[in-house]
Design a protein around this ligand. Sequence first.
Ligand SMILES: Nc1nc2c(c(=O)[nH]1)N[C@H]1C(S)=C(S)[C@@H](COP(=O)(O)OP(=O)(O)OC[C@H]3O[C@@H](n4cnc5c(N)ncnc54)[C@H](O)[C@@H]3O)O[C@H]1N2
Ligand code: MOO
Length: 445
Amino acid sequence: MIQSPDSAIEMLAARLVPVASENFAPGNPASQTLAHESISTQPINSSLIGRVLAEPILTDRDSPPADVSAMDGYAVFPGQIDRQLTWPVIAESAAGSRPPNLNPETASQQGVIRIFTGAMVPVGCDRVIQREHTIEQVNSDSPDTVEWTDKAKSITAGTNIRRQGENQLAGGIAVPAGRVIQGPQAAAITSVGASTVSVYGLVRVAIITTGDELASRDENSETLPPWMIRNSNAEALLGILNRCPYVAPPTVLHGPDEPEELKTIIEKALATHEVVLLTGGVSMGDRDYVPTVLNSIGAETLFHRLPLRPGKPILGAVHQLNSKAPTKLIIGLPGNPVSATMGVVRFALPLIARLGGVAAWRRSQPTVTLVEVGTKTLPMHWMRAVRLVEPAETGNAASAATPGLAELVIGKGSGDLLSLAQSDGFIEMPPHANNAGPWPFYAWG
Ligand SMILES: Nc1nc2c(c(=O)[nH]1)N[C@H]1C(S)=C(S)[C@@H](COP(=O)(O)OP(=O)(O)OC[C@H]3O[C@@H](n4cnc5c(N)ncnc54)[C@H](O)[C@@H]3O)O[C@H]1N2
Ligand code: MOO
């Protein structure tokens, strides 16, 4: 019996491997029948932002490629600061220019070198003095001069020099595999001159809503009878998945409360998607066909029902077309809108990240502290909608320093999608807890 959401996620994750490693092997029949984008070698451009690196990016040369100055100022030779208070400026080293070619022995007797941030440090110089720690004198008919301030005299050897290779040596890892390419990774990839990168294929997700009560979101209230409701879960799931840049635009399907038709839809979805997210039909009703239909197609249900509120009836399963085919993930989310929305964040997002090749898919959540807690407790894991509050709003100077404050958004239960719309996310409390936390916070965006 699985006791926690985390252990349920681990159990599913243990059966999944990142999409591309299934599809990369040449001649793998799965890759042909799936026609899925395998690890693709693509030029670096903005469309790669959000994709997951399938192979590490290596540096083509030392980073930085030479000793360079970290400051605008004066490069000095050993001993120059102590030897003399005022020095002529005999040369200049600018970013983007070859450094002056000086003989350290003679140059160190003659003067210092004006240098700019990012410029190469001339051979023999052992530190850079920021210009603001000098008194500069501009001369028209003789070299400019600099005089050391007391601050300049305290600057020790090695200061303000970025050493060749201090970030990474040539051939070392610039960005490891499994990283999502965001701004810093794109910059690192560019800086090491990589012209191509390997990324995992996009994870294909199918959303299947179920239930005969569901109508199109375009239905107007004059024609929509009170026993019908608009299909809001599809929008909730799409909105949440939209934040995963390594997910292909999801397919949205709808199944009726009829097992044969539902079976056909699920099988079709499994053929062309790595993930099938169902909403509704997992509970105890006579028309809750999801568990039996999954059974009938040979899916392996790893858990059905967890000690969790909302979302107790949640179902996690895997499916393999044949022993060589990739293992697909199926999550049966309870139909209640609050359960489905929290469930997709809590269960589907980390597992989709795992399938997408994200190395840190098991990332720990930020935490928030509640400004006020009730007395109620539950003997199960409790996901509770919260709104983030500005520290100042509490009017309490001591708590203003506390990061991540939140207040509970009290709703009318797992059908109350309108109160959920007033929240920023939810916290999860373990069984029997009723203190202010801090508790892990799961944001909507
Ligand atoms: N006898 C029992 N009944 C129920 C139990 C139980 O343990 N014993 N569990 C309850 C809990 S908790 C939940 S959660 C729900 C889950 O039920 P299902 O997953 O089978 O979902 P449905 O019955 O199909 O729908 C529940 C509810 O959600 C609405 N819904 C469904 N899909 C959508 C959608 N796409 N957009 C908007 N709203 C949707 C649906 O109309 C129902 O109101 O079961 C309890 N029952
Ligand atoms: O678990 Mo249900 O989701 O409480 O309403």
